[in-house]
Design a protein around this ligand. Sequence first.
Ligand code: ARG
Length: 710
Amino acid sequence: MKKTCLLLILFFTTICNLKADEGMWILSLIGKNYNQMKALGFKLTPEDLYNLNQPSLKDAVVALNHGECTAEFVSNQGLLFTNHHCGYDDIQSQSSVYHDYLTNGFCAKNLKEELPIYGKTVSLLESITDVTEKIIPQNADKMSALERQQQIENNIEELSSTYEEQGYYVTIDNFFNGNYYYLSKYKVYKDVRLVFAPPEAIGNFGGETDNWVWPRHSVDFCMFRVYCAPDGSPADYSENNIPFTPKKYLTINASGVKEGDFSMIIGFPGETYRHNSVAEINQTINCDNKCCIEALDLVLKQMKNFMDKNDTIRIQYASKYATLYNTYKYSVGCNKCFETKNIIENKTQLENELTKWINDNNKTEYKNIVNSLKKDYKKDYKNNFYYCNWVYSLYMGCEFIEFGHSLYDYYYNLLLNNQTEIDKSIQKLKTKYHNYFNNYNKKVDYEISSKMLNYYFNKVPKKYWPKGISNVPEFYDDLKTRINNSILTDEKSFNNILEHPSYIAFQQDKLFDLSKEILYATTKMYNSDKFDANFEYHKYLYTKAKQEMLLSKNPDTLLYYDANSTMRLTYGKVCGYKYNNKDMGWYTTFDSFINKKNNNDKEFYVSEKLENLYLSKDYGQYSEPDGTIRVCYLTDNDITGGNSGSGCLNANGQLVGLAFDGNWEAMSSDYMFEPEITRTICVDIRFILFIIDKYSKADNILNELTIVWN
Ligand code: ARG
């Protein structure tokens, strides 16, 4: 009896010490986590996750637009699930006041009705391999920081080009601030079509108010299909293309999740900063985030004003608004967490430990590394402040500037008269900006840009202003004329310059000229290459030292790398959290969804159709035994932006939900994972099926899915 008790205690302490929830792991190296995963309930093997010789789960998971979001195959006909907010831009670009798919949703009843989305790409990972030895030069320690950096960049370019010649899209990514390099090889599919989107009032229920917040009721999903050439290879859109057959697609398990169930998520997390130095984090909080909050607040208020007054503008700007608001609210939440939590104190403590370890062990190669980084950031602060103001007020605030910059390559190739490159630029622009003018309004751009330029002029010294500009009323009159007469603001002129390439036309365009000057203004803010290389080298040493210290203290420590848009896996369990002694629960229901209804507020609008469905209680097989139906649930998985749209998988690798957000109390999770409160918000797959089935009656889609009930 006693013995059993002791064993049980031992068992539970092991589980508690696992801290398995934190970490974004590389799939090909997951073997070292396998025991932890099994202890949490994982039923598959590492080879089921990543296998180069036969289909594995990695083949079912794809990156949208090179890592903007994640999606997963759910049929052998290339059907994908992702988040509504990952398709928002596409749904919106297909919408107008006449067929408003944002408001009403979209459902293709057959392949013919699916809507091609120009510019959308789907990347399938073939393999990820450690290429550190090929990238960091052998004699790197004898080189200057600048030489080292240049050699690394050359090696990256050389190695990538070998694979690119073979038709792959390749990224060589830096891990642990340049301590390791991994090469990811992708096939990129470009014929992607919209299949299904719920109405915005369902897919984005709660809107910006609920964004980043739990409890949540957004049914954040939509569906695309990947098409390929008849031989299965990637191809540009064509009527002759056929639905793509993936090596692997996910089975859906609709039996529901329980608290404590094993949960894993495979996706493409974008960026985290867990290993950053305190100096860098301080700069992010006090400079980057503050600039972002102040400038975007101004941009968003103006945009909203225009949107509220005019339905066409509302649709045109819906996606831009949501994207900017998401960034803005992220920074607000992040800084709030830094104000109220001891994150900086914790990290400073670790840095003090590091300095002590370096000194105690006489690690001369790392001597003064913490201080060197501090000095670097101090030196960089002002320039970073100007640059951040440039980014948030001009680049993000003024549409013509961002658009102007995207034409810069084309302009430059025209200047060099390089025909091959000119053709490539035209192709790129045609695909990427296919729908640009549908969502552009000169007046909105002029009004917001003139405010934001004025804002910038007040923040940043004259030497960083675009050439020949002064902050006087005449400049704003002139800006209006420039906006009214430009390739950047008129669809016909833009198409014309793609059909009839002309360097002169660019040269004569005064708005393009302004956008160019604005870009040049930033080059004056940059420090020298030498400064940058030293900076990078210090970060490299800092992270190297930290890693060495942690491993020397405990050789069994499992270290994971910060997110960098490479494919990762996070595992943990379904679980809720407590905040300020309040139980926040771990799932939401249709009842609490309907309780939030407020038809005077667009964000909480519930249509009659949905409400009738609620009242009918006709939830089919998707309900709980007690007759309720669940909408969202929580896990302690470790995700970040880019993971959006990732499937939440059960112990058998079956799809049980879609990850779509994080919670407000843990907005600083990109810097520090707090096991007690950092949570991933997922939509329950059963509510998604309920919408497809009972709300949209999309039997064609339902029949294509493989659904199991146990
Ligand atoms: N916070 C989510 C993310 O960054 C995006 C949610 C989109 N919804 C919205 N209402 N803006 O992935």
